[in-house]
Design a protein around this ligand. Structure first.
Ligand code: PLP
Length: 383
């Protein structure tokens, strides 16, 4: 079987797979399901420290659905939306904004580092007439991590609502809604959460809901409308039949996260040791700084393509790592060490295979990635 060390979807633990095979009930008509769903939403909300100003919802559909639901629900034709663009997903929000009639204004910055809060502030001092802004926590194609606490606080000080895509780092990086001013936090099942793709999780502020209620034009979607969930528990009514087995799996995955008090430290230690090994070997990282702990993005050495490396890894060692797309197509390879993948044994096995792959493709490294990683990781665990 192929070991998937990609930046999502990731490996799914047995506990999650078994939970997905539990007998099911009718989630519309068996009222106990409403309690189950609501409790699970609250447990997820607690993991991101939601206050009474927030409600968490689980929607049927892959992570992209959440980004689109946030955009269609908040944005009206003519609304100006600030698209914070320092990565492929960051820029991608432009499409959703335009699709729903908004005017997308890009604040673009260097893709090799996090958004500079001072530059953003200077920009907003000149023009801050935006209904909302879109922000990506970890832009997975490059792995850049944005300081969502700092940025969302600045946006809030200009009365701008924040949609934040934290699909690829929620629970692997710190999120605390008592410290951040996020209005719609987008998460999903298949990254750090380590359940299969299929669910979107949104934590939505009351301010965002009130803004949706006050719209002049109706939300031009049913399935994607966040407002259709309003009062679902009291009404005992879901907008559509909930994917119950997916949600059983999600509950098991959330339980694993709740019980793992060192999840963020572990992600950090794995990521630090991986980057240290890459650098020591003479390979180079795509980013200059602001690395997410969930993914490592490595420049492909001259003379090779990403596909050559990933195919060799897959065919010879049964380990799947990722290349990339868009302007990074064939230029970088990516190791996803998030959630179930964020353990030293799997990363070491991946780096061992990468050592052999580079050797066989004619690239000589200054050291063995796997050995360097192992030494660095055990150092971090001792301190
Ligand atoms: C994975 C991911 C999504 C969800 O989209 P996919 O279809 O799984 O690629 C959204 N945003 C980010 C930043 C992601 O990493």
């Amino acid at each position: 079987m192929l070991k998937i060390m990609t930046p999502g979807p990731v490996q799914v633990p047995e506990k999650v797979r078994l939970a997905r095979s539990k007998p099911t009930t009718n989630p519309d008509l068996d009222l106990s399901f409403y309690d189950f769903y609501k409790t699970l939403c609250e447990r997820i909300g607690n993991l991101v420290k939601q206050t009474s100003n927030y409600e968490t919802l689980i929607l049927s559909g892959e992570g992209i659905l959440g980004l689109e639901a946030a955009c269609v629900s908040l944005i009206e034709p003519g609304d100006r939306v600030l698209v914070l663009d320092n990565g492929i997903f960051g820029k991608g929000f432009e499409d959703f904004v335009k699709m729903y009639g908004g005017e997308a204004v890009l604040f673009s910055s260097d893709y090799k580092k996090g958004i500079d809060a001072d530059l953003l502030k200077a920009y907003l001092d000149k023009d801050s007439n935006f209904k909302c802004a879109t922000l990506v926590h970890c832009d997975t194609p490059t792995g850049v991590l944005n300081d969502i606490a700092k940025i969302s606080a600045i946006l809030k000080s200009y009365n701008i609502l924040t949609i934040c895509d934290s699909v690829s780092c929620s629970f692997g990086e710190h999120i605390d809604l008592t410290e951040e001013s996020i209005d719609i936090l987008c998460m999903a099942s298949q990254k750090v959460v380590s359940a299969p793709p299929g669910l979107t999780i949104l934590t939505v502020s009351n301010t965002a809901v009130e803004t949706m209620i006050k719209r002049k034009t109706p939300i031009s979607s049913y399935y994607l409308s966040i407002l259709t969930y309003k009062g679902y528990y009291e009404k005992k009514w879901f907008p559509y039949t909930m994917p119950i087995s997916d949600i059983y799996g999600l509950e098991a995955a959330i339980e694993i996260i709740e019980e793992d008090s060192s999840i963020i430290t572990r992600h950090r230690n794995i990521a630090n040791a991986t980057r240290a090994a890459i650098t020591a070997s003479g390979l180079s990282l795509y980013l200059e700084n602001d690395y997410s702990s969930t993914v490592t993005v490595i420049n492909v050495p001259q003379g090779l393509t990403a596909s050559q490396i990933t195919t060799y890894m897959k065919d010879n060692y049964a380990i799947l790592i990722a290349g990339c797309f868009d302007f990074l197509s064939e230029k970088v390879i990516r190791i996803g060490h998030m959630g179930e993948n964020a353990n030293a044994a799997d990363v070491e096995e991946t780096l061992t295979a990468l050592d052999k792959t580079f050797y066989n493709l004619g690239v000589s490294l200054n050291c063995k990635l796997s050995e360097y990683f192992k030494a660095e990781f055990s150092k971090a665990n001792k301190s």
